[in-house]
Design a protein around this ligand. Sequence first.
Ligand SMILES: [Zn+2]
Length: 206
Amino acid sequence: MIIYGSRKIRIKKHDDFQIKCENCGGYEHRFYVYQEYFHVFFIPIFPSGIKTIKSACLKCSYLFNQEKKNHYLSITRTPVYFYTGIILLAGLVFAGVIGNLITQREKSEFVNDPMINDVYLIRDDDNDSKTYYFLKIKNINSDTVELIHSAYQYNEFVSNMHDSDYFVKDKVNKVLKSDLKDYLDDGTINSVERDYEKTSRFMIEK
Ligand SMILES: [Zn+2]
């Protein structure tokens, strides 16, 4: 269950010793400013509602001075933590965008400079159905790259091989290095794995 709603809290207290109480003649006045925020699990997401203010004479509790109230209301800013949720969300989106840019750049660098054991996730768009499979670089001879194919094909995006999948080592496809760049540009190469774990399924060839 998600707990959410609005909470009204005091965000500021101002003491003023300049104005005279109309009731008792004292010079001690206190102003309280309140504001609401919308929360999810008590984490402020964004401010909701307007700021409100209360004032009282500390001697006689007399409530007054609309002018001063307006003044203190106008100088009290909404605390930044009221925006916690929005700030967190923006941070996540930003991190996601940066992470994606880094991944895209790395992918491009890997394809432009292929290395033995690089693994490509290939997306095959055929007759409205998408098929995915893995290719692994077995060998590189000047302009030519030798690739071996995963035993399985997948009908949805995967980031890892199935537990019983492997690379078929005696079926080698040769492509030009320049072809790899075309495959990247047209989206055929979906992702590139390099320096994966030695325990990875990508290591297994039969
Ligand atoms: Zn008073």
